[in-house]
Ligand binder design. Structure first.
Ligand code: ADP
Ligand code: MG
Length: 326
């Protein structure tokens, strides 16, 4: 059974940035306003996230890494209404099957912090009281130590670190009220956004002034489709090789090939060939129309009324580009 769990976990978490995304979402769910991430070897050796959120009660620490343990849905019906990031209490469980996981946490009500280490979903030893700030610090060490195939396929810490920067940068832009810090262990900070910043300011910090000063805001409400769109786009070519597309659906960083294609097709009409833009889109959809049961391995998200919604997004971006080019 352990082997099966491990294989499943290795499918859910395919690279360090997948684990980090889940951990960031947990910190945001816990209402953190400051998140500090420390990484060794692209997260393969060491990945730590420290937040100042609600913390985990000591009585919950014992079970927090068991599968389907979640404080976020009380009844099955909630699945339809779910508005937090967490979906099925699988993230910590999965990570504990394929890495050495340690949690240090303190709630505001507790007299002291507690530290606990996990293996295969269970506490490795009794948890220990210790000193610590309010909030939660989660340390993931030796990711994939027991998943040889996965370990072999991820040979480049540099590439993994690039994915980590993308994830942290994306969440920092989308959650500009939260301060994010990213650094390599023992080195200087690579990325730092202040608490209560703005989208534009964070784009400046992360992607540079050349892009930030070209940003145009877009906004669209479409009640009949239960669609709400916010975002920032540029209409200029910039030197990034690939262009940037940050897509959030209901506050979760996701991929959607169909949205990406649609956006690319507009830009290829309005911009010179091979030019690329910065596009940040935040879509809020009726959670009932988004496939919440999508398995975490499917990084592609699915939603209802896709064609109509994509048409709306296209015309919104198109009219913005037209208005600024005329
Ligand atoms: P889910 O997010 O789907 O509930 P996870 O496995 O990601 O499942 O987390 C399990 C539970 O652990 C959460 O429901 C939450 O109660 C607790 N938890 C995890 N990370 C944090 C954190 N950073 N701060 C407070 N509680 C946390
Ligand atoms: Mg979670």
């Amino acid at each position: 059974e352990e082997v099966v769990n491990r294989i499943a976990a290795g499918e859910i978490v395919q690279r360090p940035s997948n684990a980090l995304k889940e951990l960031i979402e947990n910190s945001l769910d816990a209402k953190a306003t400051n998140i500090v991430i420390t990484v060794k070897a692209g997260g393969l050796k060491y990945l730590q996230i420290q937040d100042n959120g609600t913390g985990i009660r000591s009585e919950d620490l014992e079970i927090v890494c068991e599968r389907f343990t979640t404080s976020k849905l009380r009844e099955y019906e909630d699945l339809k209404e779910i508005c937090t990031y967490g979906f099925r209490g699988e993230a910590l469980a999965s990570i504990s099957h394929i890495a050495h996981l340690t949690i240090l946490t303190k709630t505001a009500a507790a007299k002291c912090a507690y530290k606990a280490s996990y293996e295969n979903g269970k506490l490795k030893a009794p948890m220990k009281p210790c000193a610590g700030n309010n909030g939660t610090q989660i340390t993931v060490e030796d990711l994939f130590y027991n998943v040889i195939a996965r370990k072999k396929s991820l040979r480049s810490p540099t590439e993994e670190y690039t994915h980590i920067i993308e994830v942290v940068g994306g969440y920092a832009i989308h959650n500009s009220h939260v301060g994010f810090t990213l650094k390599k262990f023992g080195e200087n900070t690579d990325l730092k956004t202040p608490v209560n910043s703005s989208v534009i300011e964070n784009v400046r910090i992360i992607y540079g002034n050349a892009i930030a000063r070209e940003l145009m805001e877009i906004e669209l409400q479409e009640p009949t489709l239960k669609l709400c769109l916010r975002g920032c786009i540029t209409n200029v070519n910039y030197s990034h090789k690939k262009g940037t597309m940050l897509l959030f659906i209901n506050h979760r960083l996701v991929d959607s090939l169909s949205i990406k294609k649609a956006v690319d097709s507009i830009y290829s009409t309005y911009l010179p060939k091979n030019s690329h833009a910065f596009v940040y889109l935040s879509l809020e959809l009726d959670p009932r129309n988004v496939d919440v049961n999508v398995h975490p391995t499917k990084h592609e998200v699915q939603f209802l009324y896709e064609e109509q919604i994509i048409e709306k997004i296209k015309s919104c971006i198109e009219s913005k580009l037209l208005s600024c080019n005329s």
